[in-house]
Design a protein around this ligand. Structure first.
Ligand code: AMP
Ligand code: MG
Length: 344
């Protein structure tokens, strides 16, 4: 299949809408990461997403809408919880996904057989325009091959999916750089299933106490069931092994430098590179979690372009605020391998 590269112009948005309306796959920009979109109401179209990504069929997809009223209009949920209205008023459009009891129009392929559905209203103008042009809500997981880092620009999408999907709509770099925060309202208290650009603290200000799901910060024990199926998979991994190092600035630098000459690279904070004696990729300022979120996936992809690197020693942010989202992605990229030279 020849994958069309579309720009964000009006004609191209209409073209993307047409492809989607007839059951095709288009990768679209959003403020979080690029999404691989299909008509969310068409089970056959949605099945093609799983095939193109190599995504396990038991991992449900997020349904993207272009207006809050789309939830009722397309019968996406069986009931809109009061807390969903409050969250939507505060955080939509934006990087927050809300899980609710699913409605009659949701095919099993979207919900992976669960009785719930995840809904998000993205703030990216192009994403909104494509949803409107398609005339239906769009199911869209991240537009990468399953297991690799999520794409934050059109080149990343092409490098993973060229020839496997109908089109990519280029909308430049994604603002947030990590996938949306996922909150479920089908449990009481509500549960944070995946941290993202909207923080747990911000959500609690609006709807009160929430529970951070165990899988957010820890590895599930074997046999334990994931509340969010996506959280059980190893994820975001470059080909080299990633190891997280919890350490002071000085201890981190010494630890890495002691291993130079062993095919080692560093994923570090701004300034560390001056003292490091190995190839260093920076995530941003030590205390700027927003910048680290923005840079992380790009840097993980860059690791694959380095020759002869077997191990990447990554610095480990504190799991507070947006740092929780960065930590959550890094620890999965590392397959939960953490070396603690100090307490986090
Ligand atoms: P992605 O589309 O790559 O951003 O992944 C979507 C994430 O949302 C995955 O971690 C899914 O497991 C999660 N998700 C989607 N729908 C549901 C649902 N109904 N219940 C729990 N988690 C969900
Ligand atoms: Mg994904």
């Amino acid at each position: 299949m020849n994958t069309l590269l579309l720009s964000g112009g009006k004609d191209d948005i209409l073209k993307a809408g047409e492809i989607l309306a007839r059951g095709g796959l288009v990768a679209i920009p959003t403020e979080t990461v690029y999404g691989l979109a299909a008509n969310a109401l068409d089970g056959n179209a949605v099945r093609r997403i799983f095939e193109a990504k190599g995504r396990p069929m038991d991992n449900p997809l997020i349904v993207h809408i272009a207006d809050f009223s789309d939830i009722k209009r397309f019968k996406l949920v069986s009931e809109i919880p009061e807390k969903a209205v409050k969250l939507a008023e505060k955080f939509w459009s934006g990087p927050l996904t809300i899980i609710m009891p699913k409605g009659e129009s949701i095919p099993d392929e979207v919900s992976a057989g669960l009785d719930t559905v995840a809904v998000r209203f993205p703030s990216h103008k192009t994403a909104q325009e494509v949803i409107k042009a398609a005339g239906v809500p769009l199911a869209a997981p991240s537009a990468n091959l399953s297991g690799s880092p999520s794409p934050t620009c059109a080149e990343h999408v092409m490098s993973d999916l060229n020839g496997r999907i109908d089109a990519v709509l280029d909308g430049g770099e994604c603002k947030v750089g990590l996938e949306s925060t996922v909150i479920t309202l089908v449990t009481e208290p509500p549960g944070l299933l995946r941290p993202g650009g909207v923080t747990a603290e911000e959500i609690e200000e609006v709807i009160g106490k929430i529970e951070i799901d165990d899988a957010v910060l820890h590895q599930l024990k074997s046999g334990e069931k994931a509340a969010s199926p996506g959280m059980k998979y190893k994820h975001y991994s470059p080909k080299a092994e990633v190891v997280l190092i919890v350490a002071s600035d000085e201890d981190y630098i010494n630890y890495v430098n002691e291993r130079k000459g062993e095919g080692v690279a560093a994923l570090c904070y701004d300034g560390d590179e001056k003292s490091l004696e190995v190839k260093a990729l920076t995530l941003g300022e030590k205390n700027d979690y927003g910048e680290q979120a923005h840079e992380l996936f790009k840097r993980l992809r860059e690791v694959d372009e380095l020759d002869g690197i077997k191990t990447v020693y990554a610095r480990c942010p504190r799991p507070d605020g947006v740092g929780m989202a960065v930590y959550n992605r890094l620890i999965r990229a590392a397959g939960f391998e953490v070396i603690e030279l100090e307490k986090l």
